[in-house]
Design a protein around this ligand. Sequence first.
Ligand SMILES: CC(C)(COP(=O)(O)OP(=O)(O)OC[C@H]1O[C@@H](n2cnc3c(N)ncnc32)[C@H](O)[C@@H]1OP(=O)(O)O)[C@@H](O)C(=O)NCCC(=O)NCCS
Length: 174
Amino acid sequence: MMEYIRQENKADFNDVFKVHQLAFGQDNEANLVDLLRHSNAFIPELSLVATFETKVVGHILFTKIKIINDYKSITESLALAPMAVRPDFQNKGIGGQLINHGLKIAKELRYKSVIVLGHKDYYPKFGFEPTTKWNIKSPFSISDTGNFMGIELIADGLKNAVGMVKYPDEFEML
Ligand SMILES: CC(C)(COP(=O)(O)OP(=O)(O)OC[C@H]1O[C@@H](n2cnc3c(N)ncnc32)[C@H](O)[C@@H]1OP(=O)(O)O)[C@@H](O)C(=O)NCCC(=O)NCCS
C-alpha cells in the first residue's frame, strides 16, 4: 500500500478530527488537536497526515514542552501526542511511518528530544526508552512508568534534562 506523509493543511482539519474520533472512540483527543493548533506550543511542520488515495488515514502531532526541575533549569523538548490511525488502516505500518517521518523533521528543525506517553511495547521500536534513564517524570500519575518514554535526536539531547515535564495547558482537558 502506498501512503504519503505530508504536513496537514486547513482542508484536512475535519478529516484529522474524524481519524482521532474513530481511533480513540471518543472526542477528547480530536478536540485536543483543535485546541493545540491555536497554542504557542504548536509547530505547523510537525502536524503530519498520512494519506491513502488522497484520503487522510492517520495523523501525528508534536508540540513544544518544557522539562523543569527544582533548580529551575528548563530544557525545551517535544511531546509526541496525540497520534492516531483510522481503525481500518491500523497494523499496516502507517503509525510507524508517521513516527519516523516526524522524528526526522523534528531533527531537521533542531529539536533535541521527544517525549511520549504511550504503549511500552510499541515506541521502543523507534528508539524510545523509559525516561527513568534521565530521571524525567510525568506530571500525570501513570500506572507503569515504563510507558513514559523519551528519545534523543542528538547525542546527549536529554543528558541534563532531569525534572518534570510541563505540557501545554490544553492537555489538562484530557
Ligand atoms: C497506536 C496506533 C497509532 C498505531 O498505528 P498503526 O498504523 O496501527 O501502527 P503500525 O502499523 O506502525 O504498528 C502496529 C504495531 O503496533 C502494535 N500495537 C497497536 N496497538 C497497540 C497497543 N495498544 N499496545 C501495544 N502495541 C500495539 C501492533 O501490535 C503492531 O505491532 P507489530 O509491528 O509488532 O506487528 C493506532 O493503533 C491507533 O490509532 N490506536 C488508537 C489510538 C491510540 O492509542 N494512539 C496512541 C496513543 S496517543
